[in-house]
Design a protein around this ligand. Sequence first.
Ligand code: LER
Ligand code: MN
Length: 275
Amino acid sequence: MIKLSLAIQTPEVEPLLPVALLSGTFEEKLQKAAGCGAEGVELMSTNPSQLDAEKIRRQLKQHGLEAAAVSSGGMAAAGLTLLHADPLRASQARSRLNLLIEFAARVGAPLVTVGGFRGRLASLPGGQGEEILAQILNQAADLGARQGVRLVIEPLNRYETDFIRTAEQGLALISRLGNPSLGLLLDTFHVNIEERSWTEPFERALAAGKLWHVHLGDNNRLPPGCGLIDFRAIAAVLSARGYQGFLSAELLAQPDPDQAARLTIQYMKGLSYAA
Ligand code: LER
Ligand code: MN
């Protein structure tokens, strides 16, 4: 069975993240997530040291929800990226990655995502960025492995990153590092911009045993079914290959944060039954 999740921001995140879903208090968000049929939530945190992880773990359990992943998707908006040009910001970001991993372990989330949080190669002089990121990811993956948490690298579209835009590029980095705790996150919105096929990148990552997480958003970043992407074909590939991870809605909170969540779950449940 394909499990569905909704990306929600944790209480300490101050700006309203455009791709975080559900409105109300954190408790109300969990209530709504369970109410609309999600199996899990993806927790977008920028400063887990301000959170009570044990309380969140209990709240998730009360609502019968899994922690699908801990997301670093709010970090760039908070001014923190792993390859930030300002060494202080970069070092804060690297400590924050360790905190996200610890938080994930404490709430029972199996994964921490690394998308825009990696920053840009152009921020660092001398073409050192990729090597520095590789070292950071390796160390973080080792830290995660000691706590039962794995890392997923997310290819992003060209307007949001200057490296790792496709599944092939993400898998090449993962294979070069050879760290068993590093895998891939594919986001349908980015796939639609950068790839030649909606399904082939998923096939490729599944064949490599590295597709560990999926973000859902249509080509216009609206809920699946509100744009052009063939989610039925993607769900069929995932289902046929026995994908065990989550499909996690990370998309524009339109027409509003609750309806976007409901529309996604309704549409995807229809497809996964059909697949
Ligand atoms: C941003 O577009 C995104 O997809 C996030 O998951 C990562 O920053
Ligand atoms: Mn994403």
